[in-house]
Each structure stands twice: as structure tokens, then as C-alpha cells.
Design a protein around this ligand. Sequence first.
Ligand code: NAG
Length: 214
Amino acid sequence: MASHGGEVAIELLPLVRVYKDGTIERLADPPYVPPSSTPDKDTGVSSKDIVISSNVSARLFLPKATSTQKLPLLVYYHGGGFCIESAFSAVHHLYLNRLAAASGALAVSVEYRRAPEHPLPTAYDDCWEALRWVAEPTQRDPWLGEHGDFGRIFIGGDSAGANIVHNILMRVSMEELPGGLKLAGAFLTHPYFFGSEPIGSEPKHGLEQLLPYR
Ligand SMILES: *[C@@H]1O[C@H](CO)[C@@H](O)[C@H](O)[C@H]1NC(C)=O
């Protein structure tokens, strides 16, 4: 990446650098890849992108249909320190293809807004909106309507996505989902948590400035 050359305001290596003039450099953002409307040749999983609102979108992953049986639903939140990565990135596209194939779940990989342009709690709110959208019958996408088993909705995520899962689990214990739907389960992969005081080798400055959320 070409060097900006300006004065750095905040650096959270190896993820992101913010300059005093407001320029943001994402240092470790993998390339985006398109969805596969025909089944992926390795996994048989088809994918497509959908819009949930002006703020939130998602990539849907439908495993190869083996029968007319309904599939469990997995709402997935990608990781990336809240500031890099995407549901559309090569990394998460490949991972969700494999996860959908191995689990037999219809996965909804959520594209939420990232810091530092949108500090927390924006990601939490976007991810909650996506889960509500999945549960809402009047907004149901044909793939969800035809193949989804709404008695088996799971949520999961890696890293910052697992932190989001934790937040959503707290929220779902206080607020109803549309139709009174319940979550069947959740998983947190390498969950990413931090406190107000750095521990050990954690950076002394960075996260608390990027994510001014108390
Ligand atoms: C999108 O997010 C902004 C705040 O970031 C909010 O004011 C607006 O209502 C949101 N739009 C929708 C459709 O939820």
C-alpha cells in the first residue's frame, strides 16, 4: 500500500492506521469475492448477497439440497477486530462455504458496519437487526422461506464476531425476537474480549480510542 506520509493519530497494528486528517488505512483487509450462484465446485454450496437495510447486508450460503428436509439456520458474525474483514472477503467466503457444507446449515453471514468510521455499538446494533430480519416472516428471503427451519436458529462468530455473539446473547435474553422465536444455540470461536486496562502484551493505546464504547 502506498504510504500516506501524514501524521498518524491512532494505530492498531496489524489491522488499521488512522491519520490526523481522517484518512483510514486498513492494513490487513483481504480482497472481496463475488457470491457463487452456481454451486461451489469443492463444497456444493451456493451463495448470494442480500440487502437487509440501508446499513446492513448479508451473504447467504445454501448447502447442496439432499432432500426436502428443512435446514438449521446459522446467523454468522465475521471477525476482524471490529475494523477489518467482511462477509464478502475471500477468507470468510471460503470459511462459510466449508462451514455450511460441513454443518448442513443455511448460513447468513452478516455484513455489519465497522470501526473506526462506525464505532461500537454500531456493529452490535447492525448484527441485532440482521438476526431480527432473519426471524421476521414478512421479510423472509425465498431461500430462508423454502429451506430454513425456524425452530433451529443458531448464531456464531469468530474473534470480534464472537464478541458480537456474546452481546447478542445478552440482548436476546432481554428483548423478544419477532414471532417469539428462540435461539437453539450459539458458538464463540476464539472470542475477542478486552477491558479498560491493557493486560500483558496488549497495546496500551488503540482499541479504546478506536472503539469508544463504555
Ligand atoms: C442506519 O444507521 C443510522 C445510524 O448510523 C440510523 O440513524 C439509521 O436509522 C439507520 N437506518 C436504518 C434503515 O436502520
